[in-house]
Write a protein that binds this ligand. Structure first.
Ligand code: PEP
Length: 251
């Protein structure tokens, strides 16, 4: 049995003070939900405040990126040890980072390995563009990402990765995929390749999330699917009642 997993990606929203207000508004309720692994991913400047506030609760914290090197001349970057000082999780390879910050499968793979080496749980994002989807290339694109992004991991390491399937056309657009479609894509492009790469036990242990316009009103449609173990939530994670509704739907 895979434990349901819901993460909020706050993107470039919330100052540290605003983050504290949001956490204060939802933490007491979130902390009552034992059945779901819950993770908040604020911007880096708010991470220390959020991590202090959730200390002693069941809620985890993650950053939205990290660099694979241990230290050095990488202006603006966060090393794995810096992230691990405050967090247990890190989002890697989000489509916005791939599109706007030149992230490639090669760098995603290095970041996944660096995160695991520092005891962080990577929330590794994959997904096709609208153009690729309309050209019937979804399976080819997502299988390619999974294979390249997780290349060289041991089965034990692979089992610790949380994979988020986020069709790019569904992110922030209000046009979510259907639960059935997301389930089919996840089975064919993530679960099956993981089994080929790492064997059944590891493939069955990996939590796979759906991401893309998840809201309180459609979350149950995704969480009722056999292959979907939770959600990576963008916009709806910025409002306490919306995020709570999604987490409750996963419980
Ligand atoms: C995301 O950016 O990971 C995401 C899923 O965004 P939204 O929920 O706003 O579509």
């Amino acid at each position: 049995m895979r434990k349901p997993f819901v993460a909020g990606n706050w993107k470039m929203n919330k100052t540290a003070a605003e983050a504290a207000t949001l956490v204060g508004a939802m933490l007491p309720e979130l902390d009552k939900i034992d059945a779901v692994e819950i993770v908040l991913c604020p911007p880096a400047t708010a991470v220390p405040a959020v991590s202090g506030l959730v200390k002693g609760s069941k809620v985890g914290v993650g950053t939205q990126n990290l660099h694979w090197e241990e230290s050095g001349a990488f202006t603006g970057e966060l090393s794995p040890a810096m992230v691990a000082e405050f967090c247990g999780y890190v989002i890697i390879g989000h489509s916005e980072r791939r599109a706007y910050f030149a992230e490639t499968d090669e760098t995603v793979n290095k970041k996944v390995k660096a995160a695991l080496a520092h005891g962080l749980t990577p929330i590794m994002c994959v997904g096709e563009t609208l153009e690729e989807n309309e050209a019937g290339r979804t399976n080819e694109v997502v299988v390619g990402q999974v294979k390249a992004d997780m290349a060289g991991l041991s089965a034990e390491e692979a089992a610790k990765v949380v994979v988020a399937y986020e069709p790019i056309w569904a992110i922030g657009t209000g046009k979510a995929a259907s639960g059935d479609l997301a389930n089919k894509v996840i089975f064919e492009t993530i679960r099956v390749p993981l089994k080929e790469m790492f064997g059944s036990a590891a493939a069955e242990a990996v939590r796979v999330l759906y991401g893309g316009s998840v809201k309180g009103s459609n979350a149950a449609e995704f969480f009722g699917q056999a292959e979907i173990d939770g959600a990576l939530v963008g916009g709806a994670s910025l409002k306490a009642e919306d995020f709570l509704a999604i987490v409750k739907a996963a419980a």
